[in-house]
Ligand binder design. Sequence first.
Ligand code: DLL
Length: 430
Amino acid sequence: MKFYNPVMETMPIEALRKLQSQRLFDMLSRQDQNVPFYTDKYQSLGLRPSDIKSIYDIKQLPFTTKEDLRNQYPYGMRAVPETDFVRIHASSGTTGKPTVVAYTRKDLDIFDEVVARSLVCAGARPGMKLHNAYGYGLFTGGLGMHGGATKLGMAVIPVSGGMTDRQIMILQDFNPEVICCTPSYAQTLAEECNKRGIDTNALAVKYAILGAEPWTEVIRNQVEAGLHVNATNIYGLSEIIGPGVSQEDFEEKGSGSYIWEDHFYPEIVDKDSGEPLDHGEEGVLVLTTLTKEAMPLTRYWTNDICSINYDPDGKRSHIKMSPIKGRADDMLIIRGVNVFPTQIEAVLGELDFVTPNYQIIVTRSAAMDEVELKVEIKPGADKHDVNLLNSVKHKIKENIGISVAVVLCDQGEIPRSTGGKLKRVVDKRI
Ligand code: DLL
């Protein structure tokens, strides 16, 4: 089995564009008729859905932002009666009210479909067991992966996040071939297995589907070696559907993740001007939901930084996105240099005496941002060794161009994921 939905996943680009154009027109008409937010917005811009003749005209449409969703809290963006909702999720806002997302029956079918495609893309097959360590609840991770795996014909073990002892018991005794969780929690599991002397090569688990937070090859290497799995990236966000907006193929690792373009139309725009950028250029990912019923969104500003491009050598026709470098608001500006935590993570991977456990502490003194980088060293290295400390500093300076204060820490001193997304940046500026 190569694909879950061969027709859609390998559709020639021309046909895909036609389908996207039709779906965009239908979606805009539904918004225009049923969502006062969009009716007003389109009217104020003098736009009618019929002005949008094809998917290429999408650039004429306005962006939708998280702020817009907050202003419409909880259900103002709905395009169907509340009685047609069959599920409601929410993404935990760092401050204030969460962003609420609702689904109709058809939306859940699409959710299941894109997750089923993603699972196959990651190496999962019907008949396998999925150890689902994404959180169940308002977060879309747990139930999202659950629905897709059920549709594919897998047995789901709905472990949810946390309780690491129990997770390890399940890995050892229930024999799941596939695990899904955040990359930082996969690090925790790999480390715990190692501590307990568990021979992970003997475990049934062979594939890990990791997402919900940024991660780099450094973490992939640690997780793949530690758990003896093939680890791939899954991306998504509640506002668009949840996990399964895009997925990396287990046989095409490192070349980006397929975006399921028949449902989610991607664009990359300049983070300051909003101007569309070319394929290959890095900017903010903007997504349009082409088929969503309950809360269809036009040009949703994800704030996630990446690039998109077609892969002529890929198995599928859909476009691929690069790993997310970070959220635009996670970008640090250190003496004029823009830095994402993932860049620091990538550099640490080149030093053989440190582990991929780190924490970035940002403070501000005299209107300047300062960064303290806490890095954990491997057993046997001395945290007081000035040469080691300086080599971290130099490596960061050489590769990223910023000077950071470095603190070397012993094993276990840096916080680990206890189940969900891990906060690697502590911002003390405010
Ligand atoms: O995190 C959905 C999800 C669940 C994706 C399980 C993958 C796996 P939210 O809680 O709404 O939804 O958070 C969405 O998380 O805008 C990104 O900033 C970040 N994110 C999600 N996947 C990735 C990834 C889920 N693979 C926000 N790489 C998004 C980097 C990711 N960041």
